[in-house]
Every structure is written in structure tokens, then in C-alpha cells.
Design a protein around this ligand. Structure first.
Ligand code: G3H
Ligand code: 13P
Ligand code: ZN
Length: 349
């Protein structure tokens, strides 16, 4: 199957009432781990690359690895997504490379650190939507600001400083025409999300539910959704690592989100933890080893296990064969004739 539009993938997820994990990649092994899990669970997938990943791997290497994944797995719908685009130019370059979806994260200024004004966010996101939709490419926007900093990207903080205002979310969706909307409900990027076990009141699920009621046709996105499982932390610390005690987003909260309009769930940290733990274990137990295959193979297997588990928990498992890819050219026509226009149904407050 050719790469599919993320819009198609999320529309199908909405029809089926499930969520789709969006997993970050930087190299071949991570792509193989995701595809292995997708094959194992028969899942559609979103593979995403941050600016840091694109710089690390180089655009052409990364993109051609994804094309290899599509060629080798024709039965799996794959959307290729730019994670946290910081400017029109970043999104444009991803679209020109062949990505089928981009995130314009206009919640922060181009420096990727300073919160932007609502007006700035609307202006840059709208510009990306116009450029992307003409080419059949999906756009995710963000309103509200997440916590944490990843690879220099992020405003820092706990994630509760800039929780999304539902009125602004509705206005933003109407003004920009985004296909998917990332909202801030108290999650942060990275491993250090919560200092104690979240009890269900920590995440602002009421805000999420309020936004979904008023924007039932806009696919909601949860960033910072790693669960940071204790067993993965323990492996790292057992073999020489020094992670401080920490808690992530409970899977049950994500599942509550999925029942209330969340269609895309971003996970990176859990996979980083799984790979790092597996590599540490090999090098700790067998310090004589120096062939990268001796530790990259277990690392890839550890990531595949986590991804397959999330695919099952998010409900995408079993859905790879539900539909055929609609070409990006057809999708572009749909945006042009208005049939794919996201119509925020602003239900009564
Ligand atoms: O949004 C954060 C993702 O985990 C990607 O992180 O920018 O370090 O590649 P990165
Ligand atoms: P985690 O750090 O929780 O995995 O979040 C990843 C993410 O949101 C990527 O955009
Ligand atoms: Zn994110």
C-alpha cells in the first residue's frame, strides 16, 4: 500500500471507535520494530519524525526507510507524519519530501520554547493548512501548551500551566480548518511527567470531554502519552542506569480519551526506555560484546513488544485490512470540493 493520508487513517479510526498510536522514529531499527508490531497485531500505523529525528537520520535516509516499510508491508496502512513542526518552512519541506501528514505546532514560537499568542498560532497554522490541503496532506494543530522539554523542544513546566481552553479550541479549529487537534490536558513530554502515581484527577479529562462535545468532527490528539512503565524503568536501573522515580500517563486514562474523541496518541519515551534497557542489559551482562547487532536486535525486539502492547490497548489492532488507501490526489480533491472540510459542530455549551 502507498503511504496513506493521516486524515483517512483517523477518519477510519473514528468510524471504528479506536485510537491510533503515533510512534516516533529516528532509525531503521525503530521503523522495523513498529512494522513488526503492526504486522503482528494487524494494525494501521502512524510513523512520525521530529525535527531532531530528521536532522539525526537525514531526510532522505529516513524517508526511504519508511518507503521500504510500505513496500515490504503492502497490507498495512502507514501515514508518515512530521511531529512538532515549528514553522511553515519545516512543514513545507516535509510535504515536499512526501510526508502524508504534518503537525504545525504553533502553540510555541519558531524557537520551539516560547508560548505563542493565539493570533500567531492561527496565522501560521492556517498557512500550513492551505499549503497542505492543496496537496492532500493532513494537518494537526496544537492549542494550549504541553509541559516538558524534549531535545530542546518544549516550554518546560509541568503541563498544567497552559491547559487548553475549550472556547479557544473551538475558535482555533474553525479559523484554521485543521484535521486533528492536539490539546494540553496536563501531559508533558519525556520520562518525568508525574512525581507520584496519577490518581485520575491529575489529567484534565473533563477539559478533553468538553472539547470533544463541541468539536465532535475534529480528531483529538494526546501528546506526551507514554505510560513510563515501572518494569522498563527497573531494567534500566538494574543495569547501571540512573532514572529517578517517575510516573507516566495511565493507559486507562488514554482509553477514556479514546472513548471521547482521541484518535492519535503520541508515544516516544516508552520505546526509548525499552530500547535503552535492552541495550544496557546486553552490555552489562556481556561486557565482551561489541557487535552492534548483539544489542540492537534485543533493543528492536523490546520496542516491538511495547508498540504491539499499545496497539492492542489503543484498539487499532485488527483494523489494518478494513480499508484501501485513497490516493493523496483524491484526498486533495476532497479538500477542494469541501467534502473533507472539517466542520466543527459547535454544540451548545
Ligand atoms: O515531541 C517529542 C518527541 O518525543 C520527539 O522528541 O524532539 O527528541 O526527537 P525529539
Ligand atoms: P512521550 O514523551 O510521552 O512519549 O510523548 C511523545 C510525544 O508527544 C511526541 O510528540
Ligand atoms: Zn509531542
Amino acid at each position: 500500500m502507498p503511504l496513506v493520508s493521516m486524515r483517512q487513517l483517523l477518519d477510519e479510526a473514528a468510524k471504528g471507535g479506536y485510537g491510533v498510536g503515533a510512534f516516533n522514529v529516528n532509525d531503521m531499527e525503530q521503523i522495523q520494530a513498529i512494522m513488526g508490531a503492526a504486522k503482528e497485531t494487524n494494525s494501521p500505523v502512524i510513523i512520525q519524525a521530529s525535527r531532531g529525528a530528521r536532522a539525526f537520520a537525514q531526510d532522505k535516509y529516513l524517508f526511504h526507510l519508511i518507503l521500504a516499510a510500505a513496500e515490504l508491508n503492502p497490507e498495512i496502512p502507514i501515514a508518515m507524519h512530521q511531529d512538532h513542526g515549528n514553522s511553515f518552512e519545516t512543514c513545507k519541506s516535509a510535504i515536499e519530501l512526501g510526508y502524508t501528514s504534518v503537525m504545525m505546532d504553533g502553540s510555541l514560537k519558531e524557537d520551539g520554547k516560547t508560548p505563542a499568542s493565539f493570533e500567531e498560532n492561527v496565522a501560521v497554522t492556517k498557512r500550513v493548512v492551505e499549503f497542505a490541503h492543496e496537496r492532500g496532506v493532513t494537518v494537526e494543530g496544537e492549542i494550549g501548551v504541553l509541559g516538558g522539554v524534549e531535545d530542546g523542544h518544549g516550554a518546560g513546566g509541568t503541563g498544567l500551566e497552559h491547559v487548553t481552553d475549550p472556547d479557544q479550541a473551538v475558535e482555533f479549529a474553525e479559523l484554521t480548518g485543521v484535521d486533528a487537534l492536539a490539546i494540553a490536558i496536563g501531559t508533558s513530554h519525556g520520562a518525568y511527567k508525574f512525581t507520584k502515581k496519577p490518581d485520575g484527577s491529575v489529567l484534565k479529562m473533563d477539559v478533553l470531554i468538553a472539547i470533544h462535545k463541541r468539536l465532535p468532527n475534529t480528531h483529538l490528539v494526546m501528546h506526551g502519552s507514554s505510560s513510563v512503565p515501572k518494569d522498563l524503568q527497573d531494567v534500566i536501573n538494574k543495569y547501571g542506569g540512573k532514572l529517578k522515580e517517575t510516573w507516566g500517563v495511565p493507559v486507562e486514562e488514554i482509553q477514556l480519551g479514546i472513548r471521547n474523541g482521541v484518535r492519535k496518541i503520541n508515544v516516544d519515551t516508552d520505546n526509548r526506555l525499552a530500547m535503552t534497557g535492552a541495550i544496557r542489559k546486553v552490555l552489562w551482562e556481556q561486557p565482551e560484546k561489541f557487535d552492534p547487532r548483539d544489542y540492537m536486535k534485543p533493543a528492536r525486539e523490546a520496542m516491538q513488544k511495547v508498540v504491539a502492547q499499545r496497539m492492542t490497548q489503543f484498539g487499532q489492532a485488527g483494523h489494518a485490512g478494513d480499508y484501501k488507501a485513497v490516493s493523496i490526489v483524491e484526498i486533495a480533491k476532497g479538500y477542494k470540493d469541501g467534502s473533507l472540510k472539517t466542520k466543527p459542530l459547535v454544540a451548545a455549551k
